[in-house]
Design a protein around this ligand. Structure first.
Ligand SMILES: Nc1ncnc2c1ncn2[C@@H]1O[C@H](COP(=O)(O)OP(=O)(O)O)[C@@H](O)[C@H]1O
Ligand SMILES: [Mg+2]
Length: 331
Protein backbone atom coordinates (compact mmCIF):
# COMPACT_ATOMS: atom_id res chain seq x y z
CA UNK A 1 0.00 0.00 0.00
CA UNK A 2 1.86 3.02 1.33
CA UNK A 3 5.19 3.37 -0.44
CA UNK A 4 6.92 5.11 2.42
CA UNK A 5 9.56 3.09 4.20
CA UNK A 6 9.17 3.06 7.92
CA UNK A 7 12.46 4.16 9.42
CA UNK A 8 13.36 2.28 12.59
CA UNK A 9 13.48 4.40 15.74
CA UNK A 10 16.92 5.85 16.44
CA UNK A 11 18.69 3.19 18.44
CA UNK A 12 18.58 3.81 22.14
CA UNK A 13 17.59 7.46 21.73
CA UNK A 14 14.64 7.49 24.07
CA UNK A 15 14.68 3.87 25.16
CA UNK A 16 14.69 3.15 28.82
CA UNK A 17 17.69 1.34 30.17
CA UNK A 18 18.16 -2.31 31.06
CA UNK A 19 15.39 -4.80 30.38
CA UNK A 20 12.88 -2.04 29.77
CA UNK A 21 12.26 -1.46 26.11
CA UNK A 22 13.54 -4.77 24.88
CA UNK A 23 10.06 -6.16 24.35
CA UNK A 24 8.97 -2.95 22.71
CA UNK A 25 11.86 -3.26 20.27
CA UNK A 26 10.99 -6.89 19.65
CA UNK A 27 7.37 -6.00 18.94
CA UNK A 28 8.38 -3.20 16.56
CA UNK A 29 10.76 -5.51 14.73
CA UNK A 30 8.22 -8.32 14.48
CA UNK A 31 5.63 -5.99 12.96
CA UNK A 32 7.96 -4.08 10.64
CA UNK A 33 7.23 -6.19 7.57
CA UNK A 34 3.53 -6.74 8.15
CA UNK A 35 1.53 -5.27 5.25
CA UNK A 36 -0.52 -2.26 6.30
CA UNK A 37 -3.86 -3.62 5.15
CA UNK A 38 -7.02 -4.71 6.98
CA UNK A 39 -6.77 -8.35 8.03
CA UNK A 40 -2.98 -8.50 7.62
CA UNK A 41 -1.32 -11.72 8.76
CA UNK A 42 1.02 -11.37 11.75
CA UNK A 43 4.21 -13.36 12.37
CA UNK A 44 3.03 -14.66 15.77
CA UNK A 45 -0.68 -14.03 16.33
CA UNK A 46 -2.08 -14.85 19.79
CA UNK A 47 -5.62 -14.06 18.68
CA UNK A 48 -7.15 -14.77 15.26
CA UNK A 49 -10.76 -13.91 14.39
CA UNK A 50 -12.70 -14.92 11.27
CA UNK A 51 -16.07 -13.77 10.02
CA UNK A 52 -17.27 -12.48 13.38
CA UNK A 53 -20.72 -10.95 13.03
CA UNK A 54 -22.97 -9.51 15.75
CA UNK A 55 -26.33 -8.00 14.91
CA UNK A 56 -28.69 -6.11 17.17
CA UNK A 57 -32.04 -6.22 15.44
CA UNK A 58 -31.47 -4.64 12.02
CA UNK A 59 -28.12 -3.17 13.01
CA UNK A 60 -24.88 -4.99 12.24
CA UNK A 61 -22.68 -3.83 15.11
CA UNK A 62 -19.70 -6.05 14.25
CA UNK A 63 -18.73 -7.65 10.97
CA UNK A 64 -15.02 -8.47 11.09
CA UNK A 65 -13.75 -10.58 8.17
CA UNK A 66 -10.33 -11.36 9.54
CA UNK A 67 -8.07 -9.89 12.17
CA UNK A 68 -4.90 -11.10 13.89
CA UNK A 69 -3.40 -9.70 17.08
CA UNK A 70 0.35 -10.03 17.47
CA UNK A 71 1.58 -11.73 20.65
CA UNK A 72 3.55 -9.56 23.06
CA UNK A 73 2.62 -6.29 21.37
CA UNK A 74 0.38 -3.39 22.37
CA UNK A 75 -2.37 -3.06 19.78
CA UNK A 76 -4.76 -0.12 19.81
CA UNK A 77 -8.29 -0.58 18.54
CA UNK A 78 -9.60 2.79 17.41
CA UNK A 79 -12.62 4.08 15.53
CA UNK A 80 -15.51 6.50 15.90
CA UNK A 81 -18.21 6.04 18.50
CA UNK A 82 -20.50 3.18 17.60
CA UNK A 83 -17.86 1.48 15.42
CA UNK A 84 -18.35 -1.79 17.33
CA UNK A 85 -15.16 -1.82 19.42
CA UNK A 86 -16.76 -2.62 22.75
CA UNK A 87 -19.07 -5.19 21.18
CA UNK A 88 -16.05 -6.88 19.56
CA UNK A 89 -14.27 -6.95 22.96
CA UNK A 90 -17.35 -8.49 24.54
CA UNK A 91 -17.56 -11.18 21.86
CA UNK A 92 -13.88 -12.12 22.07
CA UNK A 93 -13.98 -12.41 25.86
CA UNK A 94 -17.18 -14.41 25.99
CA UNK A 95 -19.47 -11.73 27.43
CA UNK A 96 -21.60 -11.69 24.31
CA UNK A 97 -22.47 -14.24 21.63
CA UNK A 98 -21.89 -13.66 17.92
CA UNK A 99 -24.41 -14.47 15.21
CA UNK A 100 -21.60 -15.86 13.08
CA UNK A 101 -17.89 -16.43 13.15
CA UNK A 102 -15.08 -18.00 15.06
CA UNK A 103 -11.86 -17.00 16.72
CA UNK A 104 -9.00 -18.71 18.43
CA UNK A 105 -6.73 -17.79 21.27
CA UNK A 106 -3.30 -19.36 21.25
CA UNK A 107 -4.51 -21.82 18.63
CA UNK A 108 -7.56 -22.97 20.61
CA UNK A 109 -11.08 -22.31 19.38
CA UNK A 110 -12.74 -19.85 21.75
CA UNK A 111 -16.05 -19.13 20.07
CA UNK A 112 -18.94 -19.77 22.47
CA UNK A 113 -16.69 -20.35 25.45
CA UNK A 114 -18.19 -18.52 28.45
CA UNK A 115 -16.40 -15.52 29.93
CA UNK A 116 -15.06 -17.11 33.11
CA UNK A 117 -13.48 -19.91 31.06
CA UNK A 118 -12.02 -17.42 28.60
CA UNK A 119 -10.48 -15.62 31.59
CA UNK A 120 -9.11 -18.88 32.97
CA UNK A 121 -7.49 -19.63 29.63
CA UNK A 122 -5.71 -16.31 29.84
CA UNK A 123 -7.71 -13.60 28.12
CA UNK A 124 -9.42 -10.90 30.20
CA UNK A 125 -11.04 -7.56 29.67
CA UNK A 126 -11.37 -4.74 32.18
CA UNK A 127 -14.70 -3.54 33.47
CA UNK A 128 -15.82 -0.25 34.76
CA UNK A 129 -16.58 -0.04 38.41
CA UNK A 130 -20.34 -0.51 38.49
CA UNK A 131 -22.55 0.85 41.24
CA UNK A 132 -22.69 -2.54 42.92
CA UNK A 133 -18.92 -2.97 42.80
CA UNK A 134 -18.42 0.54 44.25
CA UNK A 135 -20.02 -0.70 47.46
CA UNK A 136 -17.39 -3.39 47.88
CA UNK A 137 -13.94 -2.65 49.22
CA UNK A 138 -10.93 -2.38 46.96
CA UNK A 139 -9.66 -5.76 48.19
CA UNK A 140 -13.03 -7.43 47.65
CA UNK A 141 -13.03 -6.11 44.09
CA UNK A 142 -9.63 -7.68 43.56
CA UNK A 143 -10.78 -11.04 44.92
CA UNK A 144 -13.70 -10.98 42.52
CA UNK A 145 -11.23 -10.46 39.68
CA UNK A 146 -9.82 -13.88 40.45
CA UNK A 147 -13.11 -15.46 39.40
CA UNK A 148 -12.90 -13.86 35.97
CA UNK A 149 -16.45 -12.63 36.01
CA UNK A 150 -18.11 -9.27 36.03
CA UNK A 151 -20.82 -7.16 37.56
CA UNK A 152 -23.73 -9.00 39.06
CA UNK A 153 -22.28 -12.40 38.24
CA UNK A 154 -19.17 -11.33 40.11
CA UNK A 155 -21.28 -10.59 43.14
CA UNK A 156 -23.07 -13.89 42.87
CA UNK A 157 -19.73 -15.63 42.65
CA UNK A 158 -18.64 -13.82 45.79
CA UNK A 159 -21.60 -14.93 47.80
CA UNK A 160 -21.38 -18.43 46.46
CA UNK A 161 -17.86 -18.44 47.82
CA UNK A 162 -16.32 -19.51 44.54
CA UNK A 163 -13.02 -17.92 45.41
CA UNK A 164 -13.08 -18.75 49.09
CA UNK A 165 -11.15 -21.99 48.77
CA UNK A 166 -8.21 -20.05 47.45
CA UNK A 167 -8.83 -16.95 49.47
CA UNK A 168 -5.47 -16.78 51.19
CA UNK A 169 -3.41 -17.15 48.02
CA UNK A 170 -5.71 -14.75 46.24
CA UNK A 171 -5.48 -12.19 49.04
CA UNK A 172 -1.71 -12.33 48.88
CA UNK A 173 -1.73 -11.85 45.13
CA UNK A 174 -4.29 -9.05 45.46
CA UNK A 175 -2.17 -7.17 47.99
CA UNK A 176 0.93 -7.59 45.87
CA UNK A 177 -0.87 -6.18 42.82
CA UNK A 178 -2.41 -3.35 44.85
CA UNK A 179 1.09 -2.49 46.02
CA UNK A 180 2.29 -2.33 42.45
CA UNK A 181 -0.55 0.04 41.58
CA UNK A 182 -0.06 2.06 44.79
CA UNK A 183 -3.51 1.15 46.02
CA UNK A 184 -2.48 -1.07 48.93
CA UNK A 185 -3.27 1.59 51.51
CA UNK A 186 -6.79 1.76 50.08
CA UNK A 187 -7.43 -2.00 50.34
CA UNK A 188 -10.16 -1.65 52.94
CA UNK A 189 -11.74 1.52 51.53
CA UNK A 190 -14.89 1.30 49.49
CA UNK A 191 -14.03 1.21 45.80
CA UNK A 192 -16.57 4.00 45.30
CA UNK A 193 -14.36 6.36 47.30
CA UNK A 194 -11.50 6.18 44.77
CA UNK A 195 -10.71 9.00 42.34
CA UNK A 196 -11.28 8.53 38.60
CA UNK A 197 -7.64 7.61 38.02
CA UNK A 198 -7.50 5.23 40.97
CA UNK A 199 -10.59 3.45 39.66
CA UNK A 200 -8.83 2.84 36.36
CA UNK A 201 -5.84 1.48 38.23
CA UNK A 202 -8.13 -0.81 40.22
CA UNK A 203 -9.83 -2.02 37.04
CA UNK A 204 -6.46 -2.88 35.58
CA UNK A 205 -5.20 -4.51 38.77
CA UNK A 206 -8.41 -6.54 39.06
CA UNK A 207 -7.99 -7.87 35.52
CA UNK A 208 -4.49 -9.06 36.41
CA UNK A 209 -5.77 -11.25 39.25
CA UNK A 210 -6.31 -14.16 36.88
CA UNK A 211 -2.72 -13.89 35.60
CA UNK A 212 -3.74 -13.33 31.98
CA UNK A 213 -1.72 -13.59 28.78
CA UNK A 214 -3.91 -11.13 26.93
CA UNK A 215 -5.34 -8.02 28.60
CA UNK A 216 -8.07 -6.04 26.87
CA UNK A 217 -8.56 -2.51 28.14
CA UNK A 218 -11.65 -0.56 27.09
CA UNK A 219 -10.82 3.15 27.27
CA UNK A 220 -8.33 2.87 30.13
CA UNK A 221 -7.69 6.63 30.17
CA UNK A 222 -11.28 7.87 30.09
CA UNK A 223 -12.03 10.14 33.01
CA UNK A 224 -8.46 10.13 34.25
CA UNK A 225 -6.91 13.31 35.60
CA UNK A 226 -3.99 14.36 33.30
CA UNK A 227 -1.62 14.10 36.26
CA UNK A 228 -2.32 10.36 36.42
CA UNK A 229 -2.27 9.51 32.73
CA UNK A 230 1.51 9.11 32.54
CA UNK A 231 1.47 6.67 35.43
CA UNK A 232 -1.38 4.75 33.83
CA UNK A 233 0.43 4.66 30.48
CA UNK A 234 3.49 3.37 32.30
CA UNK A 235 1.45 0.53 33.75
CA UNK A 236 0.14 -0.42 30.30
CA UNK A 237 3.69 -0.46 28.93
CA UNK A 238 4.74 -2.58 31.91
CA UNK A 239 2.22 -5.24 30.91
CA UNK A 240 4.03 -5.64 27.61
CA UNK A 241 7.42 -5.71 29.33
CA UNK A 242 6.10 -8.54 31.49
CA UNK A 243 5.32 -10.49 28.35
CA UNK A 244 1.59 -9.84 28.10
CA UNK A 245 -0.31 -8.93 24.97
CA UNK A 246 -2.37 -5.75 25.28
CA UNK A 247 -5.36 -4.81 23.17
CA UNK A 248 -6.90 -1.49 24.10
CA UNK A 249 -9.54 0.96 22.95
CA UNK A 250 -8.63 4.61 23.32
CA UNK A 251 -9.85 7.90 21.87
CA UNK A 252 -6.83 10.03 22.68
CA UNK A 253 -4.62 9.79 19.59
CA UNK A 254 -1.54 11.13 21.38
CA UNK A 255 -1.76 8.22 23.79
CA UNK A 256 -2.37 5.76 20.99
CA UNK A 257 0.71 7.09 19.23
CA UNK A 258 2.74 6.96 22.43
CA UNK A 259 2.07 3.41 23.53
CA UNK A 260 0.89 1.24 20.67
CA UNK A 261 3.02 -0.94 18.42
CA UNK A 262 0.15 -1.49 16.01
CA UNK A 263 -3.22 0.12 15.38
CA UNK A 264 -6.41 -1.53 14.10
CA UNK A 265 -9.15 0.82 12.92
CA UNK A 266 -12.82 -0.14 13.02
CA UNK A 267 -15.70 1.72 11.39
CA UNK A 268 -19.28 0.53 11.11
CA UNK A 269 -18.37 -2.87 12.50
CA UNK A 270 -15.52 -3.57 10.07
CA UNK A 271 -11.77 -3.35 10.21
CA UNK A 272 -10.99 -0.57 7.74
CA UNK A 273 -7.27 -0.01 8.28
CA UNK A 274 -4.25 -1.41 10.11
CA UNK A 275 -0.66 -0.38 10.61
CA UNK A 276 1.87 1.28 12.88
CA UNK A 277 0.42 4.40 14.59
CA UNK A 278 1.98 7.04 12.35
CA UNK A 279 1.10 5.44 9.04
CA UNK A 280 -2.45 4.59 10.16
CA UNK A 281 -3.19 8.10 11.34
CA UNK A 282 -2.10 9.54 8.01
CA UNK A 283 -4.31 7.07 6.10
CA UNK A 284 -7.16 8.80 4.22
CA UNK A 285 -9.43 5.80 4.94
CA UNK A 286 -8.93 6.41 8.66
CA UNK A 287 -9.59 10.12 8.43
CA UNK A 288 -12.71 9.30 6.45
CA UNK A 289 -13.82 6.76 9.03
CA UNK A 290 -13.61 9.41 11.72
CA UNK A 291 -15.15 12.22 9.78
CA UNK A 292 -17.43 10.40 7.37
CA UNK A 293 -20.44 9.90 9.58
CA UNK A 294 -19.97 13.14 11.44
CA UNK A 295 -20.41 16.00 9.03
CA UNK A 296 -20.61 16.37 5.33
CA UNK A 297 -17.17 17.71 4.59
CA UNK A 298 -14.78 17.45 1.69
CA UNK A 299 -11.84 15.35 2.81
CA UNK A 300 -9.61 17.36 0.54
CA UNK A 301 -10.26 20.34 2.74
CA UNK A 302 -7.64 19.70 5.36
CA UNK A 303 -8.32 22.82 7.35
CA UNK A 304 -11.93 21.79 7.77
CA UNK A 305 -10.80 18.29 8.67
CA UNK A 306 -8.48 19.60 11.37
CA UNK A 307 -11.27 21.81 12.65
CA UNK A 308 -13.60 18.84 12.89
CA UNK A 309 -10.99 16.78 14.62
CA UNK A 310 -10.75 19.49 17.26
CA UNK A 311 -14.52 19.54 17.56
CA UNK A 312 -14.64 15.80 18.10
CA UNK A 313 -11.82 16.01 20.61
CA UNK A 314 -13.66 18.74 22.49
CA UNK A 315 -16.77 16.57 22.54
CA UNK A 316 -14.85 13.64 23.95
CA UNK A 317 -13.18 15.86 26.52
CA UNK A 318 -16.51 17.29 27.56
CA UNK A 319 -17.83 13.76 27.96
CA UNK A 320 -14.85 12.83 30.08
CA UNK A 321 -15.19 15.96 32.20
CA UNK A 322 -18.83 15.11 32.72
CA UNK A 323 -17.98 11.59 33.82
CA UNK A 324 -15.33 13.03 36.10
CA UNK A 325 -17.78 15.40 37.69
CA UNK A 326 -20.24 12.54 38.10
CA UNK A 327 -18.01 10.02 39.80
CA UNK A 328 -14.35 11.07 39.89
CA UNK A 329 -14.57 14.08 42.12
CA UNK A 330 -17.75 13.23 43.98
CA UNK A 331 -15.88 11.96 46.98
N1 LIG B 1 -26.83 -4.41 23.65
C1 LIG B 1 -27.04 -3.68 22.55
N2 LIG B 1 -28.26 -3.62 21.98
C2 LIG B 1 -28.48 -2.91 20.85
N3 LIG B 1 -27.53 -2.22 20.20
C3 LIG B 1 -26.28 -2.25 20.71
C4 LIG B 1 -25.97 -2.98 21.91
N4 LIG B 1 -24.64 -2.83 22.17
C5 LIG B 1 -24.17 -2.03 21.18
N5 LIG B 1 -25.13 -1.70 20.31
C6 LIG B 1 -24.96 -0.87 19.10
O1 LIG B 1 -23.91 -1.44 18.35
C7 LIG B 1 -23.09 -0.44 17.77
C8 LIG B 1 -21.67 -0.61 18.24
O2 LIG B 1 -21.58 -0.23 19.59
P1 LIG B 1 -20.24 -0.34 20.44
O3 LIG B 1 -19.67 -1.69 20.28
O4 LIG B 1 -20.55 0.10 21.82
O5 LIG B 1 -19.32 0.75 19.71
P2 LIG B 1 -17.98 1.46 20.21
O6 LIG B 1 -17.49 0.75 21.43
O7 LIG B 1 -17.05 1.36 19.05
O8 LIG B 1 -18.35 2.87 20.48
C9 LIG B 1 -23.70 0.89 18.18
O9 LIG B 1 -24.54 1.32 17.13
C10 LIG B 1 -24.50 0.54 19.40
O10 LIG B 1 -25.60 1.41 19.55
MG1 LIG C 1 -17.06 1.43 23.39
Amino acid sequence: MAGDTHAPAAAGATQQTGQQGTRKEAATRALADVPRVPGAKKPDPVLVADGVVRRFGGLTAVSVDHVEIQRGAITALIGPNGAGKTTFFNLLTGFDRPDEGKWSFDGTDLARVPAHKVARRGMVRTFQLTKALSRLTVLQNMLLGASGQKGESLLRAAFAGIWRSQEKANTERAMELLGRFKLDKKADDFAGSLSGGQRKLLEMARALMSDPQVVMLDEPMAGVNPALTQSLLGHVKDLREQGMTVLFVEHDMDMVRDISDWVVVMAQGKVVAEGPPDSVMADPAVIEAYLGGHHDVSLADEAAAAELEKEIEAEVEAEIAQDDAKDGHAR
